[in-house]
Design a binder for this molecule. Sequence first.
Ligand SMILES: Cc1cc2nc3c(=O)[nH]c(=O)nc-3n(C[C@H](O)[C@H](O)[C@H](O)COP(=O)(O)OP(=O)(O)OC[C@H]3O[C@@H](n4cnc5c(N)ncnc54)[C@H](O)[C@@H]3O)c2cc1C
Length: 397
Amino acid sequence: MQTEVAIIGAGPAGTTLGLMLHQAGIDCVVIERQSSDYVLGRIRAGVLEWTTVEILDSLGVGERMRAEGHVHSGVSIGWRGREILSIELQALSGRPMMAYGQTEVQTDLYRRADEVGLTIVFEATDVELHGLTGDVATDSPAVTFTADGGQQRIDCAAIAGCDGYHGVSRITIPDEVKTEYEKAYPFGWLGILSETPPLPQLMYVNNERGFALCSERNPMLSRYYVQCPLTDSVDDWSDDRFWTELLTRVPASAAETIVTGPSIEKSIAPLRSYVVEPMQWGNLYLAGDAAHIVPPTGAKGLNLAVADVRYLADAFIARAEGDQTKLARYSTTALSRVWNAVRFSWWLTMLLHRFPDQSPFDQRAQEQDLYYLASSRAAQESMAEQYVGLPLYPDLT
Ligand SMILES: Cc1cc2nc3c(=O)[nH]c(=O)nc-3n(C[C@H](O)[C@H](O)[C@H](O)COP(=O)(O)OP(=O)(O)OC[C@H]3O[C@@H](n4cnc5c(N)ncnc54)[C@H](O)[C@@H]3O)c2cc1C
């Protein structure tokens, strides 16, 4: 088989890139290790930046999101035990954000792929990348895999590695070419999903017992998290223990309105920041979690994946029109936005969690950072601008 771009991974990054290239008339094939049901069963992100909303609209994927998603004009932060600080995102930045689960986004992307005839090969095993030398002129890229009981080969002009943190693409880049930046946080997030009405606004909580987050997936589906030690397992947390802990951490006025119920999913995720540089090597281009991981505090993972592939698709489109420069600069362009989101997610994580080794000095500094946010419009504007997402192509003139 021959195609222009072979895309590894049919998560949000790979499927969105496939739809963008297909829309632009650039031939591509998406190769996914799992079944579509498996991908759709993963409970992950739930907050969309407005840029992501607009990109999904532009691909004809926005209709259900517009009807069923919940537009939020602000988020709140519980602090100092009982106080609630409201950050009016829309008033401060001019843009709101959208609560719409990753599962729903992925469902809409797969439906659209079916409608437009984008080829996605599911349950492809033994995926291997070939012909990459690190030089766009001498590369002869190809992907081999096993699917439908037989070995298959796709020759292509470029490979897009959209296969997440544990994929094969990034490890194809030799160690001496790449630099990895990593920070592991000394706690995890215990998350539950419950079929109960969420709070009207997303609420982050800084509490002496640890961080908590009240978020939503839809009007009858809530996602709650509490910070927990990395040594804990899901079996340590009965539903009763979870709800008691959550209601202790959130401000009393919010606790009174939280509707509890049985969990339908419960998991613990470690928190990590990770970036690999560069995000391209010859004709291999990385996008999304394959190139970077952020702690979910800033709700950036899914949004960064969509922004990366917008840059990458724009660069492939420019190359098809004879301009090679955007593709040559893809990594530099994407990394500028990536590092901003990585820094923002790190900052929000440091602001809102309790660290096991937090000294009295660290504690005071964190309290002051929260106080500054609560008392300064400039600080709130800065947070709002980054939370709803920076423009894809900032105009600095
Ligand atoms: C457990 C978890 C919880 C999360 N929770 C949140 C959250 O609460 N809020 C938030 O904002 N973000 C969250 N995220 C982050 C967000 O979900 C990711 O940033 C987003 O999914 C990135 O999309 P992606 O397409 O780059 O990667 P992925 O979604 O990981 O997709 C990569 C795809 O590649 C496939 N693949 C892997 N290896 C191969 C291979 N060898 N060959 C072919 N295909 C392959 C995988 O099966 C997968 O479908 C979470 C992530 C994880 C892992």
